[in-house]
Ligand binder design. Structure first.
Ligand code: ATP
Ligand code: MG
Ligand code: MG
Ligand code: MG
Length: 461
């Protein structure tokens, strides 16, 4: 039976026969003995395989090269080498898949992250991406664990939708109409009545509106699915395809929503620290010496809460020069968000009560009629990691907001019905999963925390 590298490295049972399968990271040695580092993805650490020249003359090892896939049988023994407690004394090495060392793109020397993006099909075999992908898994699992333990139901919302939840016009159209001579309506525009669904449809930008439907029946729900935005995502924090976690809770006001967001983020960071210490240590040492300290800092500190209006005052009197000037009514840029978090408060920030004109139509209007019950959670190095709000539960006020923002009522009749029949206060938020993984891994670019990043002019893999 095959054992994982992780299990073998942690094993106390020595001097037994074992079988391990994985990919060769390096082979080195001399004419008496060869050392082969094997990794199977179960852990950041490699297992050292020792091949004595007596049993394995040089020519028998010629295909045991960096990148090859091997199956090794041998005895698990205590290791004399430093940095590992056990190793395998090999009795049999079978090459399952050869790799030509001349053309294998991953060489022993480190590669730049930019280069690795061009070989997205091989980069999971590097230490860095192994660590990132294991952390990504742990965090996804933690999301479900957190909500399941607290009585939330996981709901699946559609990928193909007819509505634009954010009203930001960043949607990818889904159509089966022909490119050549599509049917046209009387105005000479493409007639989507003739399309597959009998109307224009898009890839979803958020599962929130459908999530609200579920919350108004099941109480506490969350979605966790892919979302798509055809925005100019040429930044280190935007992808055209990303995963979003969206809890939605009946009977939660903005305060409750903020409390949940803070508790949830702390839980996720704590979970990663507990479950992936070796991967985090590696990323800390390799890329960002402050990573572990920053993660601990999130857990240990209360998030600073203040209103957008208060934040604008702080930014206006800041000594720092910003690329974009701040004025009440304009949306904050990442540089402003990071200033508040990294320079001014030196801790995570929750900003609330944004001007209504820069937020989506569904947010609950404040008494002043100018601001809405929005909340953005801002993190160091990231800026906005969560966007959320208390939702408008009053039918007339919601219709008013939709008119102001040119959101067509006919398309969202079902959404308005939630306010017509048994309306209730409710709130929710969206956490961009890749922004979370970006923060926890300390990587600099969001393209390096998803296996196959989608961004403008890139859908190779
Ligand atoms: P930003 O201001 O950074 O563009 P947003 O306000 O447009 O974000 P929301 O509509 O509030 O984003 O979406 C909720 C969350 O989804 C954000 O807080 C962020 O974590 C994440 N998110 C939004 N857009 C992207 C994107 N293009 N790529 C990755 N994550 C994103
Ligand atoms: Mg955006
Ligand atoms: Mg934003
Ligand atoms: Mg937002």
């Amino acid at each position: 039976r095959r054992s994982s590298v992780e299990a073998l490295l942690a094993s106390q049972e020595l001097d037994r026969e074992v079988l391990v399968k994985g990919w060769v990271r390096t082979r080195r040695g001399n004419k008496y003995v060869q050392f082969i580092a094997v990794n199977d993805g179960s852990t950041i650490n490699n297992l050292q395989v020792v091949a004595d020249a007596e049993k394995f003359p040089e020519e028998t090892l010629k295909d045991v090269a960096t990148g090859a896939c091997v199956a090794v049988r041998g005895t698990l023994v205590a290791s004399q080498g430093k940095g590992q407690s056990v190793e395998i004394q090999a009795s049999e090495i079978e090459v399952l898949g050869k790799a030509d060392p001349e053309t294998y793109p991953l060489q022993k020397k480190g590669h730049s992250l930019e280069f690795l993006r061009e070989i997205a099909h091989l980069r999971p075999r590097t230490n860095t991406f192994g660590a990132v992908l294991r952390l990504r898994h742990a965090l996804a699992f933690a999301v479900h664990q957190y909500f399941n333990d607290r009585g939330f139901f996981y709901v699946h919302t559609p990928i193909i939708t007819g509505s634009d939840a954010e009203g930001a016009g960043q949607m990818f159209r889904v159509t089966t109409l022909p490119d050549q001579n599509p049917p046209l309506n009387e105005q000479g525009q493409v007639d989507y009545k003739e399309d597959f669904f009998g109307k224009a449809t898009n890839l979803t930008v958020s599962g929130q509106l459908e999530g609200e439907v579920a919350a108004m029946a099941l109480g506490k729900v969350y979605t966790f699915g892919p979302t798509f935005r055809a925005e100019n995502s040429n930044t280190a924090r935007h992808l055209a395809e990303f995963w979003m976690i969206e809890p939605e809770m009946a009977f939660y006001e903005l305060e409750d929503n903020m409390g949940l967001a803070e508790d949830f983020l702390k839980y996720l960071v704590r979970y990663a620290l507990e479950k992936c210490p070796a991967d985090l240590q590696f990323l800390n040492d390799q890329y960002d010496k402050e990573l572990l300290g920053r993660l601990q800092f999130i857990i240990d500190n209360d998030f600073q809460r203040l209103t957008y209006t208060e934040a604008v005052e702080i930014l206006k009197s800041a000594k720092q020069k910003f690329e974009f000037p701040v004025d009440w009514g304009t949306d904050l840029q990442s540089e402003h968000e990071r200033y508040l978090v990294e320079k001014h408060f030196e801790k995570p920030v929750i900003l609330t009560n944004y001007p209504k004109d820069i937020k989506a139509f569904y947010m609950k209007l404040d008494e002043d009629g100018r601001t809405v019950r929005a909340m953005d959670v801002l993190f160091p190095g990231i800026g906005e990691i969560i966007g959320g709000s208390q939702r408008e539960e009053n039918l007339e006020k919601l219709q008013q907001r939709m008119q102001e923002m040119h959101v067509p009522e006919e398309e969202l009749w079902w959404y308005l019905d939630l306010r017509r029949f048994g309306s209730a206060p409710h709130s929710g938020f969206g956490l961009g999963f890749e922004r979370l993984v970006l923060f926890v891994t300390g990587m600099a670019n969001i393209r390096d925390v998803i296996p196959f990043p989608r961004f403008p002019k890139n859908a190779e893999f």
